[in-house]
Structures are given as structure tokens and as C-alpha cells.
Design a protein around this ligand. Structure first.
Ligand code: ZN
Length: 421
């Protein structure tokens, strides 16, 4: 194995410039959720050239909507495929999924950016751009590993399955579709987030919801005749803030180690047409994170109850009401099933390459880990390839300096886990 470790490290070093250019090309492909096709073509092409069997397939809502974990959405998924590459093992080895997401969130207001979010500008060790850290670098790392295995002429014993998935930021339906297509393995590692050094084995629940307020319109100069829908939402926000302070009081391990397990973000608010009219309709879209032992249903119930309390207190009548709708991102708090063998192997590789033990973490954020549990408990974790800044905000960047170390750790781990023929 020492011999093979050296060969793959040489192959990684040699192809570093091609890795960096892939990260930049993926940023320039502008693959926000819904527009992943161009970036996926680049990924598929690279994996094909690395000798992998590549399967590009669209998410089929008709087939998936009945599965647990489906993120409910009316989205059209045609022409934005997942890309999965199988590097077939010789046999008698453990199989492994390496997963990363190709989609990114929208850049938001361009004027908040110091640079064009799609330029992929390099300054020192940094690459700037929407998706640079989250998660173009992760996708590029797993492609780079596949290429290095090929270049080094290494034949694994177990299958290695590389997954570049769509729609992770919106629903997780991309990874769900990979599972439904039958891609299973003895373990799964999502390459995303902060690292190297830590394995995320648990994450908080996530819930998107839309509150719609139906008020009563009136002229501004007779505003007392109306019921302002925007102000109804303000009352709801105040109540949800109360909920935020009580919701995380009784949390169980490992969520007791998460610094901010409960976070409510009012992400979009819309309503009104002109200052001279009392708005009769307003909506707001929210993202709520919450820890275990709460379940998704608990969280939904708490949101519904909060709305009911406000309606009661404000004495809103039937024609003046609020309603809640739960949107595509609906994730229960997640704790990985027993994953000792996986974590021990990753720990060994990391100690050997970086000289530091693997730290285990629970986070307020999330990844697609839940879907790997379809069909049976599967050891899994999220392993971050590097650090960066501005994910889901302006001026996102990624630090390239730690990436070669992280890639070496993952390469050594793949050889260890899958074995070689
Ligand atoms: Zn991500």
C-alpha cells in the first residue's frame, strides 16, 4: 500500500494545474441549482477520460416522490442530470461512495460582490466566485482522485462510486435519485464544507416554509379600514423569534455540542404594490434549523402552533388569516449510524498524511447523508476538503493551500478502505 500511496500522490501532484482549472471552469459554468447541465458536462467528460463508466441521468419526480426523504417540489428536473461514475473494483474489497454537489446557491445582489461572482479570479491561494468553496472544490477533488487513480494505474479491490449531484442546496433530491437508481456502497463520504481535520457525523434538522398573510386592502388615507398583510407578517416574525429561543432548550447529544443549533432566517419577504394602498397580501420564506431529539414533524407542528397563537392573540377573523406551506428543503436532524470502521480508516489516513487526529463534529448545517440510509444503515460522514469564506453570501472564496493535503488523505483512505487488487 505504501507503494500505491506514493504513486497516487505523484499522480495528484502532476495534475494539480488541471485540478485548479477544473475548479475555475466549474465556477464559470454558473451552476446554480436548476442550471447544473453545463458544469455536469465538464465533470462527465473528465470522468470518462479517466476511464470510468459514467452514468448521467435526470431526477424523475414521478418515481421519487413516493420515497422517504423526497423534497417536495414542482421543479422540472429535465436536462440537469446527476453524474455518477463507477470505477469498478477487481472484487473482494469494500465499496465506497464519494459524493459532492455541483449546484450552488444564487449569487444574490451583484453590487455586494467585490468581483464578478463568475470570474473565478485567483489571488494568491484563493479562488473567488459563487460556489468556489461550496462545493466546486469538493466536486473537483473527487474527480481529481478518480483521474489520479487512473493515471497511477491503480486497480482497486472494491468499487469506487463518484457522484456529482444536483439540487443539494434546494432539496437533496439529486442524491436521493442516485440511491433510487441503485447506487449503494459499504460507506459514503460527502466531500464538502470545512476541513481537512473533521468528520461531520451529525447535523441539525432543516425546514423551509412560506407564510402567506391575507389581509384586507384599503386606501392609505383610510388605512383603519384595512388589515396590513405586511404587518401581519411582522407579528408572525416576532412570535417565531420567541419560538427560536425555546425550541432548542432540550437537546440531546450530539446536538448539545452545536454552537447555534436553532437559527431562523427570514430569507425572502414580498408584498405590497404602492405606498398609497394597504397591502392585502404578503409572503415570507424562512429557513429554520433545529436540533434533535426534535423531528421534522415536531418542527412543523411548532411553526403551525406559533401561527395559531398569533391569530388568536390578534383576533384575526376568517377573511384575515395566515397560512403556512412547507417547501422543498425538509430534513430531520441526522445522526450517522455506527461508522467506526469508516472513521477509524479516515483517522489513520489523516494522522499519517497530516499528523492530526480526526475530530468528529455535529453541525447546524446539513448535507445529503440522510439519503445513504435508504436500503439500510450505511456508515457515512462529511469530510471538508479545505477552508474558505462567504458560502451562501457575497464574495465567496476558497483556500487552495490545504487542498493537496486533504486530497492525499482521501486518496490514502480510498486505498485503505477499498483495498487494491
Ligand atoms: Zn455544500
Amino acid at each position: 500500500v505504501i507503494h500505491e500511496n506514493t504513486r497516487i500522490e505523484v499522480a495528484l501532484d502532476r495534475s494539480w494545474p488541471s485540478f485548479v482549472s477544473l475548479v475555475r471552469d466549474l465556477i464559470r459554468a454558473r451552476s446554480v441549482s436548476g442550471a447544473e447541465a453545463g458544469a455536469q458536462e465538464l465533470v462527465a467528460e473528465r470522468l470518462r477520460r479517466a476511464g470510468a463508466r459514467v452514468d448521467a441521468f435526470d431526477v424523475d419526480p414521478r418515481e421519487l416522490a413516493k420515497l422517504p426523504g423526497w423534497g417536495p417540489t414542482e421543479t422540472d428536473y429535465s436536462g440537469r442530470p446527476n453524474v455518477v461514475a463507477v470505477i469498478a473494483g477487481a472484487g473482494r474489497g469494500r465499496s465506497l461512495i464519494l459524493n459532492a454537489h455541483i449546484d450552488s446557491v444564487v449569487p444574490g445582489p451583484i453590487e455586494l460582490w467585490d468581483r464578478d461572482p463568475w470570474s473565478a479570479a485567483i489571488e494568491g491561494d484563493r479562488i473567488y466566485g459563487r460556489g468556489a468553496w461550496d462545493d466546486k472544490v469538493g466536486v473537483a477533488v473527487i474527480v481529481w482522485l478518480a483521474e489520479a487513480l487512473h493515471d497511477a494505474g491503480i486497480q482497486l479491490a472494491g468499487d469506487l462510486i463518484i457522484q456529482s449531484v444536483i439540487d443539494e442546496e434546494i432539496s437533496g433530491n439529486g442524491t436521493l435519485a442516485c440511491m433510487a437508481r441503485g447506487y449503494r456502497a459499504d460507506a459514503a463520504v460527502v466531500v464538502d464544507g470545512r476541513g481537512p481535520g473533521t468528520a461531520v457525523t451529525a447535523h441539525c434538522g432543516q425546514l423551509w416554509f412560506r407564510v402567506t398573510a391575507h389581509g384586507r386592502t384599503a386606501a392609505a388615507v383610510e388605512s383603519w379600514r384595512g388589515q396590513n398583510a405586511i404587518e401581519m407578517l411582522l407579528a408572525i416574525v416576532a412570535e417565531l423569534r420567541q419560538l427560536e429561543s425555546v425550541i432548542g432548550r432540550d437537546r440531546t447529544a450530539p446536538f448539545d455540542r452545536v454552537e447555534h443549533p436553532v437559527q431562523l432566517n427570514i430569507g425572502i419577504i414580498q408584498g405590497g404594490a404602492t405606498p398609497t394602498t394597504v397591502p392585502a397580501l404578503a409572503t415570507m420564506d424562512c429557513h429554520l434549523t433545529f436540533p434533535g431529539p426534535l423531528t421534522l414533524d415536531d418542527a412543523k407542528g411548532m411553526v403551525r402552533e406559533a401561527l395559531a397563537r398569533v391569530a388568536d392573540r390578534e383576533r384575526w377573523t376568517a377573511d384575515v388569516a395566515t397560512e403556512v406551506e412547507f417547501l422543498s428543503l425538509q430534513v430531520s436532524p441526522f445522526v450517522a449510524p455506527p461508522s467506526e470502521a469508516l472513521l477509524a480508516a479516515l483517522d489513520r489516513s489523516q494522522r499519517e498524511i497530516l499528523g492530526v487526529p480526526l475530530e468528529r463534529r455535529a453541525i447546524a448545517g446539513f448535507g445529503d447523508l440522510r439519503h445513504f440510509q435508504i436500503g439500510g444503515p450505511t456508515p457515512c460522514c462529511i469530510y471538508g476538503p479545505t477552508a474558505g469564506g462567504g458560502p451562501h453570501a457575497a464574495n465567496e472564496w476558497v483556500d487552495l493551500a490545504p487542498v493537496p493535503g486533504a486530497a492525499r488523505v482521501l486518496a490514502a483512505f480510498v486505498l485503505d478502505w477499498c483495498g487494491t487488487a
